[in-house]
Design a binder for this molecule. Structure first.
Ligand code: ADP
Ligand code: ADP
Ligand code: MG
Length: 502
């Protein structure tokens, strides 16, 4: 039985994993880089070990260091979180060799699914619909024209080793195909050290819908329904929700069965996600499998009522799944907003730095998975995710209202954040109606960025002007009647300046 877990990650996901460890009376071990000495995950853990300099390659991606800490601390298992080493087959293999339990699938499943071309071939074998396209890497460039004539434009060129929204190129015109392939290959080589690319049909009006699955080491596989992740910027998810507004019970059941079959085909073990691309008519195609816990897993936890990290640990302990498929159902609705330290006014440039003030949203139906605190400096070295705001309601309308309330209450100063941008999305008619696809952000760009840009400054000027005006009049009134004021001046001036919400 696992008694001590090393969490090979940082930030919100490290803390999220440790919370479940604590509930299960399992000790947690944190690892940290130079930049993360004062990070909350270090404070939250039962033990913490320094593993190297700030750049990830020298710390969170350093397999030897992490294995060494696991041994020194006596951890019997490693949880990799998401990102970093979570989808690294070599790391999973190394853990196995060293007699440490890797909380995730074996190296075989990670390799098969991590290489998108191999994954496509494997899924075709399993009878799962995949996006029309090539099943071999593109070598002879001159064949490419023939291929695109066969599958039809537009197409997308993808890196077989791709991830994180990187290594993709859209092609609309036949004459662009060769230069696009060359560019994609060199980009893939630079980003992933592997220049294999393949061609896929570009699905128009695409929806990204994924299924959460759980598989134990005894041949049991279940799915925990879908997550709609079509609100994306540069192929990266921004907001996720479940259930999907697009889904029907029939298609849900069918896709769920395919997701389970996909996991069975690779003898999967642990928690995983099968991503599908879905067109307007609910035709769906396998996109890729993520062989790890997903950033957006909490919305599934909330609606299905299952702690996915607890299940991962059970599975790693060789125990059979706690749930049968028939026992699971979706209760209400959940939405997650990813809160980033980015500046929406400067093309979402990362905005790391010192958190001067933070007020986290609380209240019924609100979950906030974060890690920053007042006085913490968000490092420049890693993903600028600050936290994830997850909100539940009994239906979609109630959930949107609650998310708006929670975003309104969420205050951070010191760094720029995406909070206001997310609030705009919650108010966008296409989002409210549930009628959106992956083009949502570009389609609604004007609406989303037409913020009252000077609102902060204008408001401050208005308040000061109103305050002086008020003081003048108070003076005049006092001179006349000798009475004082009854309302606090800041509140009074604020109301005067039109801040009726206060
Ligand atoms: P999810 O599907 O769970 O939302 P993302 O694609 O957003 O996952 O990736 C989760 C994290 O992992 C992000 O920080 C992302 O930048 C990182 N990531 C994902 N794939 C890769 C990869 N192949 N190489 C490097 N980082 C990656
Ligand atoms: P990553 O490994 O970077 O997550 P994915 O293959 O999951 O890459 O694709 C990421 C996103 O890119 C999808 O969610 C979708 O928005 C878009 N995309 C990928 N393939 C297609 C396609 N064939 N047609 C339309 N959109 C696509
Ligand atoms: Mg993906």
């Amino acid at each position: 039985m696992i008694r001590k877990i090393l969490v090979a990650n940082r930030g919100e996901i490290a803390i999220r994993v440790m919370r479940t460890c604590r509930e299960m009376d399992i000790l947690s071990v944190a690892v940290f880089s130079d930049a993360d000495r004062t990070s909350m995950h270090v404070r939250y853990a039962d033990e913490a070990y320094h593993i190297g300099p700030s750049p990830s390659v020298e710390s969170y991606l350093n397999i030897d260091r992490i294995i060494d800490v696991a041994k020194r601390s006596g951890a019997d298992a490693i949880h990799p979180g998401y990102g970093f080493l979570s989808e690294n087959a070599q790391f999973s293999r190394r853990c196995r060799e060293e007699g440490i339990i890797f909380i995730g699938p074996g190296p075989e499943a990670i390799s098969t699914m991590g290489d998108k071309i191999t994954a496509r071939k494997t899924m075709i074998q399993a009878g799962i619909p995949v996006v029309p396209g090539t099943t071999e890497k593109i070598t002879a460039e001159n064949r490419a024209v023939g291929i695109i004539r066969e599958i039809g434009l537009p197409v997308i060129i993808k890196a077989s080793a791709g991830g994180g929204g990187k290594g993709m190129r859209l092609v609309h015109r036949e004459e662009d195909i060769l230069s696009a392939i060359r560019a994609a290959k060199s980009e893939a080589m630079a980003a992933f050290g592997d220049d294999s690319v393949y061609i896929e049909k570009y699905i128009s009006s695409p929806h990204h819908i994924e299924f959460q699955i759980l598989a134990d080491n005894h041949g049991n596989v279940i799915h925990l329904f879908e997550r709609e992740c079509s609100i994306q910027r540069r192929h990266q998810k921004v907001i996720e929700e479940t259930p999907s507004p697009l889904m029907t019970p029939e298609v849900r059941e069918e896709m769920g069965k395919h997701a389970v079959a996909a996991a069975k085909e690779v003898n999967y073990s642990g928690a995983g996600t099968i991503e599908f691309i879905v067109d307007d008519h609910l035709n769906y195609f396998f996109l890729e499998m993520n062989t790890r816990l997903q950033v957006e897993h909490p919305i599934t936890e909330r609606v299905v009522g299952v702690d996915l990290v607890r299940e991962q640990i059970h599975i790693a302990n060789n125990q059979p799944l706690t749930y049968r498929q028939e026992e699971l159902y979706q209760n209400g609705h959940a939405i997650e907003c990813r809160i980033y330290a980015e500046d929406p006014d400067r093309d979402f440039m990362p905005s790391p730095g010192l958190i001067q003030h933070i007020t986290e949203p609380l209240g019924f139906g609100v979950r906030h998975d974060g890690y920053v605190y007042e006085g913490f400096e968000i490092p420049i070295y890693y993903d600028p995710l600050i936290s994830k705001l997850i909100v539940w309601g009994k239906n979609r309308t109630e959930t949107i209202q609650r998310m708006k309330r929670a975003l309104y209450a969420y205050k951070i100063t010191g760094v720029k954040t995406t909070i206001k941008f997310l609030e705009k999305i919650m108010n966008a008619p296409d989002f409210v109606s549930g009628n959106y696809n992956t083009h949502f952000i570009e389609k609604n760009w004007d609406f989303l960025t037409d913020r009252e840009k000077c609102l902060g400054d204008c408001m401050a000027v208005a308040i000061i002007a109103a305050y002086y005006d008020y003081m003048e009049r108070m003076k005049a009134a006092q001179e006349k009647t000798g009475t004082g004021r009854t309302t606090g001046s800041w509140k009074f001036c604020g109301r005067k300046a039109g801040m009726s919400r206060y």
